[in-house]
Design a binder for this molecule. Sequence first.
Ligand SMILES: [Zn+2]
Length: 269
Amino acid sequence: MARTADELFQHFKEVQYTDKWVEIDDVRYYVVEADLLLNEDQLWDYALQRAALEAAGATAVPEEMQGLVGIRNAQNRVVRWRAGKVLTYAIFKDSFLPTQYPQVVTAMQQATGDWEAVCGVDFEHLAHLDAGGPGVSSEAPLFWVRGVNTGGQVIAAAFFPNDPPSERRVIIDPIFFSPNLSFSPEGVLRHELGHVLGFRHEHIRSGAPPDCPGENLSYTFELTPYDPTSVMHYLCGQKGNLALTITAVDRAGAIAVYGPPNSAFDFHE
Ligand SMILES: [Zn+2]
């Protein structure tokens, strides 16, 4: 029996995500699909999408939906950043311990450079904003990278290009810095930046092992064949890779959306 959006919304708030939330600047965000943060409005939209899926009886993942997973909007257009847009970020220095901040700077440099090397995107670290933090300067980056203690609910979390500007942030939990972290830290950021570029989780497709966590697949589409070692794949069903490297299949999917890396071109004004 399909549930209404109201019922799902209540279920999310009172059962499924009742103890899975974090507070950032006095706003509560529900931790959905392991590394996505949704405020109440976004959780309501999520409930609406899920209700529509249940009403359509579409609980199973369609067979043809496999591969690096992109996002489409309601008009069936591919969600991505505008061509030529520089994806600027700043790192909220005071939200990290003094020893952690330089690690984040280095890991972000590596992770952004790795995406720039495979497809036509351009990130820029506005380091002069780091010491001030969000809202201090009139100059704002596209997104902030900030430390948030989620109690280990996530290692890090990100956003999608079609999220509202106020929700554009990459958060990093203290466990990111643990010597016991089994994932590569820069790999975790490669994964999060994959979301920032508009890619969903790889393990949600029908080609993925059934014991991997499922997710709402509305407004998604396949870019490549299923890739068990994709940077967007969790460790589940004996698949995934701890290094979270961008694979050749990921590269093909990213190029399908963003084109070849800018370094491949001789640009003229
Ligand atoms: Zn993720």
